[in-house]
Design a protein around this ligand. Structure first.
Ligand code: HMN
Length: 287
């Protein structure tokens, strides 16, 4: 797991005009990203619309990605579902499919107790031999104390940390250990995450323009903060444009403009299916 660092797109899952999983477009996305030198893939996460898919569809995305990847880059599969039962099923399937690590958001919706959340991660992590990357996400934040508690579960190797409280990245490294992997998950703060010691960055906007983020990572590593800031500003202009137009569906359109048609998003995300809507988005983007 130490070797999974750098820039990892939280890969989008293409659907066709009728919201059907589009395997052909999925294969094209995997190749597009790898050809653009991304250093790994984070699949079936929130950006991958996993919570809008059936378990069977999620498994199929993992299988197709692994088939098309052919071992070229490491793959982390998000296997989180609300029930431990389904998460374990997805985790064991991902292990059989050959992924390098699993990851999960905490169970959502009911507001589970700290012990239930800890139990969720312990049960899933025990169910495979794969390293587990816990996932701190704003909609269901784990928080520093829970991350620390989870780090003592054998097999929990790191955290994908999506939050604006980046001082916790330093604290995680100091108090849990330098070997505990941290992926920074807020694209609009990629420079900050990397500067504060994150081992890599995972996010939605590394799908459509990986080059910018790879260059940003290199600039931070070289101590060239002025260049990193310049790249972050370019990235943020695109991020905030896109977020104001619904995020994931517009990322998929941007990928199409870059030469890789990533299809459409499932409702209620939806959007930009007809050519006129696509053209309008592109015109606004250029403006
Ligand atoms: C995933 O789970 O698919 C993503 O990695 C999530 C990712 O960290 C995104 N965060 C959320 O969706 C909450 C970010 O890339 C986010 O889209 C970006 O920072 C813009 O806010």
């Amino acid at each position: 797991i130490k070797s999974i660092t750098g820039v990892l797109p939280a890969m989008v899952t293409p659907f066709d005009e009728n919201e059907k999983l589009d395997e052909q477009r999925l294969r094209a996305v995997v190749n597009f990203l790898i050809e653009r030198q991304v250093e790994g893939l984070y699949i079936t996460g929130s950006t991958g619309e996993s919570f809008l898919m059936s378990p069977e569809e999620r498994k199929r995305v993992v299988e197709v990605t692994m088939e098309e990847n052919r071992g070229r880059v490491p793959v982390i599969a998000h296997i989180g579902a609300i029930s431990t039962f389904h998460s374990i099923d997805l985790a064991q399937h991902a292990e059989r499919a050959g992924v390098d690590a699993i990851s999960s958001v905490p169970p959502i919706y009911w507001g589970f107790s700290a012990d239930q959340i800890h139990g969720y991660y312990a049960d899933i992590t025990r169910s495979t031999k794969l390293p587990m990357i816990a996932y701190n996400v704003p909609m269901a934040a784990l928080g520093f104390d829970m991350i620390k508690r989870l780090s003592s579960i054998d097999g929990v190797a790191g955290v994908k940390y999506t939050a604006t409280t980046h001082h916790d990245i330093i604290r995680i490294k100091e108090e849990i250990g330098q070997d505990f992997i941290v992926y920074s998950g807020a694209d609009e703060m990629a420079m900050s995450g990397l500067s504060f010691g994150a081992d890599g960055i995972i996010g939605s906007f590394y799908n459509s323009m990986p080059e910018i983020w790879i260059a940003l990572r290199d600039a931070v590593a070289a101590g060239n903060l002025a260049e990193a800031k310049r790249l972050q500003e370019i990235g943020n202009a695109v991020i905030f444009f896109s977020l104001s137009r619904g995020g994931i569906p517009s990322i998929k359109r941007a990928m199409a403009w870059m030469g890789c048609d990533a299809g459409y998003a499932r409702k209620p995300l939806g959007g930009f299916i007809d050519q006129a809507a696509d053209d309008k988005l592109k015109a606004e983007f250029r403006g």
